[in-house]
Design a protein around this ligand. Sequence first.
Ligand code: ADP
Length: 246
Amino acid sequence: MNSVVDVRDVSFAYGTQPAVKDVSLTIEEGDFLGLIGPNGSGKTTLLHLMLGLHSPDSGEIELFGQPVDEFDQGERIGYVSQQATSGGGTMPVTVRECVRMGRFAHVGHSRMTHEDREIADEALETVGITNLADRRVNQLSGGQRQRAYIARALASEADLLALDEPTVGVDAESRDAFYQLLDSLNDSGITIVLIEHDIGVVTDRANRIACINTELYHHGDTESFVESDALAEAYGTTGTVVHHHH
Ligand code: ADP
């Protein structure tokens, strides 16, 4: 099996305060990994480490088989950050332009063709925002903006989507529709890592769960997570770390 992300014995501290400690986990091609844990438990930090946005203090990380600090295929990754639903006032480009820029990342050094522009338009269609193509990204609602970023990732043919609480501030109906979109993208073979505080949302769709509170309390399939005590231990105050075999 091909690992999309391989994290080995990784630790990271902000100054002297450890945020991620001795974490090892792998994400395989086609996985839908739910990354959960209490507030401030290191989820965003771990995601940033996976994507090379932070450098670990110790341990190793590979992305698509490449050491993350040498990784040069950024077009394969679609990242939707926590801030994407709010703010965004600095994106005075239209949705269509934003998505075409994603295609631009895919074509790299060659020219954008008519077909490339069509592929970008199809990505808008896939996520259901064709009607918003001429709108500016900073004029979109939170949920619409998430879709625009997903379309951008699709246009660049990203095969890993990393999402950090993508539906914060999104109404319940749009949220359901958004998660259905994620399910269908995962069905089409795109690997997903999702940080989400609503554990039910995660256990309903993810095939794998990583549950952390600085240290890793569970990494494995969703069924064994549901049957385990990892949740109570990670969210409790006196929990001890359980090292699962997988
Ligand atoms: P989560 O995503 O699970 O809420 P984070 O990864 O954002 O957790 O944060 C983990 C810990 O690191 C928290 O205690 C947080 O306060 C701290 N932290 C996060 N970002 C920074 C930063 N830039 N500087 C210092 N401490 C930080």
